[in-house]
Design a protein around this ligand. Structure first.
Ligand SMILES: [Zn+2]
Length: 460
């Protein structure tokens, strides 16, 4: 009996050890059976192809120089002429640089770059920071294929009541096909679209963050009028302290400017930056910026005809991804930093992959044709760069520049199109008291399908 116990217990322990050692494998086998392969769609660009998309004006080339062992950046064309390098990224330290982007605040990263100048990161003992890079290929459960994926959605503009929408200039007041006057605004449509999109993504396991949540709410979590009342003076003071505005401008805003002028010339810029900041702090796998377009010529006619916009037969869709810098757009240090990020990271490659999927959904699912790249629209002509994909353009908007990671800025349709006016002024949807037209459901579905396409998942 004693002999039995002598061997039984050690034996039992061995058996238990064996079982626990193979358990993970058994678990993995079960998991694999139920898993779905996720592969992020990326358009692998060479560094030269990225540069081609990033440069819209020749003058941009006066800010950098590609050398044998790296790329030198200059603070101004004068500095380039004088050979004063602001910073240099060595090709054999690109991985380290992109990791630093993901681990440091933009200001401290810029200071670091300026301090090291033409020396290497390694000369200063700067080591690879511990960042967990976003995976491009992984497996997830069939029922929750977006598990672990973080998605940021920015509902464009502010909206709210018509008075506020008119102040921000993003509203439609028009006539529907019955001859009735109708009105709606872009900020509210964007918010409803964003909430619907979030409601499709979350059940699949995605963690979704919206930059604003209520009608009329700005990225600061309050309406513009609340901000004007509570934060305006402080904001003027801190912008003045940071050297972004001078005393004369500050006094103009404080004592002379109307709310509308304050909104357009001061507040809007801060609101954009706040949106980008919120998104970058969330550190998403991808970001979607939601807008609705108006036909440009039709829009210009509006001011001449008492703010009523007449329906147009025009309708077209497009998406914007980063790139297409104009000469003056590298004056700010922050812009040069983002320019370097876009050259060396794969943010642009992935943005193109995402953009292509979403643009195709606008064209196919919404039945709004891709805008023709030669169409006579001033912003297409003067500020964008054609990409290899229909409906996808590089454009250096504040948000395509400041948001890190893959980003797609969508313009699915023209709100002033004769058919869209009818569709967008209807009010069939009620999402937790947020009312709106059924057409936004189709738009949200187009974005949803596009996002699934980006992850290689087919929506059934
Ligand atoms: Zn817009």
């Amino acid at each position: 009996m004693i002999k039995f116990f002598k061997f039984f217990f050690p034996g039992l322990i061995l058996v238990l050890l064996f079982i626990t050692s193979i358990l993970p494998q058994i678990n993995r086998k079960i998991a694999v059976k139920k898993a779905r392969k996720i592969k992020v769609k990326t358009i692998e660009l060479t560094q030269q192809e990225r540069l081609n998309l990033l440069i819209r004006h020749e003058g941009v080339k006066d800010y950098f120089r590609v050398e044998n062992d790296g790329l030198s950046m200059f603070a101004s064309p004068q500095d380039k002429a004088a050979g004063n390098v602001e910073t240099k990224i060595f090709f054999n330290e690109v991985g380290l640089f992109t990791n630093l982007i993901n681990s440091l605040e933009p200001d401290s990263l810029f200071t670091l770059l300026a301090e090291k100048g033409i020396t290497k990161f390694s000369d200063h003992g700067i080591k690879n920071p511990k960042v967990s890079p976003k995976k491009s290929e992984f497996e997830n459960p069939i029922s929750t294929p977006l598990e672990g994926i973080k998605i940021a959605i920015d509902p464009g503009h502010v909206g709210g009541g018509m008075k506020l929408a008119m102040l921000e200039g993003k509203y439609i007041k028009s006539v529907n096909s019955n001859g009735d006057t109708v009105e709606f605004n872009e900020g509210n449509l964007a918010l409803l679209t964003s909430k619907l999109l979030a409601s499709y993504l979350e059940p699949l396991g995605a963690e979704v963050m919206l930059t604003r949540h209520r009608l009329g709410e700005t990225a600061f979590g309050k309406t513009f009028l609340e901000w004007l009342d509570q934060d305006f003076h402080h904001a003027i003071k801190s912008e003045q302290e940071n050297g972004n505005i001078d005393k004369k401008t500050a006094n103009y805003f404080l004592y002379k400017a109307t709310p509308s002028i304050i909104y357009h010339r001061f507040f809007k810029g801060l609101d954009f930056k706040e949106r980008a900041k919120k998104i970058n702090e969330f550190n998403p796998d991808l970001s979607i910026v939601i807008h609705y377009n108006v036909d440009e010529t039709n829009y210009f006619d509006r001011t001449r005809s008492r703010k009523i916009i007449y329906p147009t037969a025009e309708n077209y869709s497009m998406v914007f991804v980063p790139g297409s810098f104009l000469t003056k757009e590298l004056v700010e240090p922050r812009s040069r930093l983002e320019f370097l990020r876009l050259i060396f990271s794969d943010d642009l490659d992935k943005s193109l992959g995402l953009g292509e999927e979403i643009a195709r959904q606008f064209n196919d699912h919404l039945k709004v044709n891709y805008v023709h790249p030669k169409k006579n629209l001033s912003y297409i002509k003067h500020t964008t760069k054609e990409t290899p994909f229909e409906g996808v353009f590089s454009r250096n908007l504040v948000l395509t520049r400041l948001i890190r990671g893959p980003v797609c800025y969508g313009e699915p349709l023209c709100q002033d199109n004769i058919l869209e006016i009818d569709a967008l002024s209807a009010g069939e949807i009620d999402l937790n008291l947020l009312k709106g037209p059924k057409r936004v459901e189709e738009v949200a579905t187009a974005y949803f399908n596009g996002i699934l396409g980006y992850f290689g998942i087919v929506n059934q």
